[in-house]
Design a protein around this ligand. Structure first.
Ligand SMILES: *Cc1c(COP(=O)(O)O)cnc(C)c1O
Length: 392
């Protein structure tokens, strides 16, 4: 018989009753170091005291009113996002997928209002933008789209890193280019700064919009508030979710005034998007993470983790190949099957997340204590030793 929860996930047998910082705890008291942080969601760790206080206070006053009314928490969060980024305006959603939907609508509407509609979006192999019909069409991988056709038309995938193919595809029929500055699900693949610059220049040349999907790599994850800041280029539209809610469902589409010019009253909406609970928490997250001192600490911790992981890879050349990524968004390219290593990690009390390309992802809380970083790598070391032993 089918499980009462639709079986679309291959779940591990773990189940937790409590979270504390970088730790997850099972009912029997067994503790796991959480290097996945809910897939880059729990940016300040589990049960962060500031977020618990903010959420509790908001819950005692007002949960939901609908976007028929002004929502001061939403306004304050929009203001800080505009203050700290390229953007002039923000729309709030409940998830990353919903930000993809709006980004796509916004780009099409932009060209329509300019009097020359454009259909085609360019995306990249290995991309992940969510699971809606538009978002799977955007990513285009067989794993995501098979059986769900007909797909939404208008998306063309290019090989990752093939700038000749990109330049050949860029002409005045292109509506927008959508890219993750650091691919997450695709296996922690940063797009080189030069390539991001080239995307910007090519979009400007043909009048296409540039959309950055920073759902996974944004909100301090790479040591800058947003990953594209490293390359010194800005998008026209940016998708944000995951970390910005610190664990509360929240997403945001940020845009320049020009890119957003078609989105007038009545063109888009959301019942829950931008509700007081989510925005109160998101505002607190942004106030903490946008502090330059906090971001400097992320970079320092990232250096520490990376150095220890390089040591781990060197110590286990049969299991691991290389470390890649940016900031606290790191991937270990594996030689042994990444899935087996993740299970061995679990047995050793450390949680990591497999990604495509046989990569293990580490996306810990941005405020993970140094001693937890050391302990996580010790446990991964034990896991690699155990897998190697079993393989023999
Ligand atoms: C997770 C993710 C999404 C989808 O977000 P959901 O909140 O799961 O809808 C979109 N883009 C990227 C880069 C992601 O990592």
């Amino acid at each position: 018989m089918i499980s009462t929860v639709l079986p679309t996930y291959n779940r591990s047998p773990l189940s937790f009753v409590k979270g504390e910082g970088s730790w997850l705890i099972e009912a029997d008291g067994r503790r796991f170091l959480d290097m996945g942080a809910g897939i880059a969601v729990n940016a300040l760790g589990h049960a962060a005291p500031e977020l618990v206080a903010t959420l509790t206070e908001q819950a005692q006053n007002l949960w939901h009113v609908s976007n028929l009314y002004k929502i001061p928490q939403q306004q304050a969060l929009a203001d800080i996002l505009v203050e700290t980024t390229f953007a002039d305006t923000v729309f709030f959603t409940n998830s990353g997928t919903e930000t993809a939907e709006l980004a796509i609508k916004m780009a099409r509407k932009y060209h329509y209002e300019k009097g020359a509609p454009r259909e085609t979006f360019l995306t990249f192999e290995g991309a992940f933008h969510g699971r809606s019909t538009a978002a799977i069409a955007a990513a285009g991988s067989e794993k995501m789209v098979k059986g769900f056709g007909p797909l939404m038309p208008g998306f063309k995938q290019l090989p990752w890193g093939d700038m000749a193919a990109f330049e050949a595809a860029m002409d005045e029929s292109i509506c927008a280019v959508i890219v993750e500055p650091v691919q997450g699900e695709g296996g922690i693949r940063p797009m080189p700064e030069e390539q991001l610059k080239e995307l910007r220049a090519a979009c400007d040349r043909v009048g296409a919009l540039l959309i950055f999907d920073e759902v996974q790599c944004g909100v301090g994850r790479t040591g800058k508030l947003f990953a594209h800041e490293w390359a010194g280029v800005t998008p026209d539209i940016m998708m944000v979710a995951k970390g910005i809610g610190g664990g509360f469902p929240l997403g945001a589409v940020l845009a320049t005034e020009n890119a957003a010019s078609g989105m007038v009253a009545g063109t888009h909406g959301s019942t829950y998007g931008g509700n007081p609970l989510a925005c109160a928490v998101g505002l607190k997250v942004m106030q903490i993470i946008s502090d330059p001192a906090f971001l400097a600490e992320v970079s320092r911790k990232a250096g520490l983790l990376r150095q220890k992981l390089e040591g781990l890879v060197a110590a286990h050349p049969d299991s691991f190949e290389a470390v890649r990524g940016s900031g606290l968004m790191l991937g270990i390219k594996c030689k042994a099957p990444a899935g087996d290593l993740a299970v061995a990690g679990r047995d050793a009390g450390v949680l990591v997340v497999p990604a495509a390309d046989n990569v293990l992802r580490l996306l810990p809380a941005l405020n993970i204590p140094d001693e937890d970083i050391a302990e996580a790598v010790n446990r991964l070391d034990a896991a690699a030793t155990a897998t190697a032993f079993e393989a023999k």
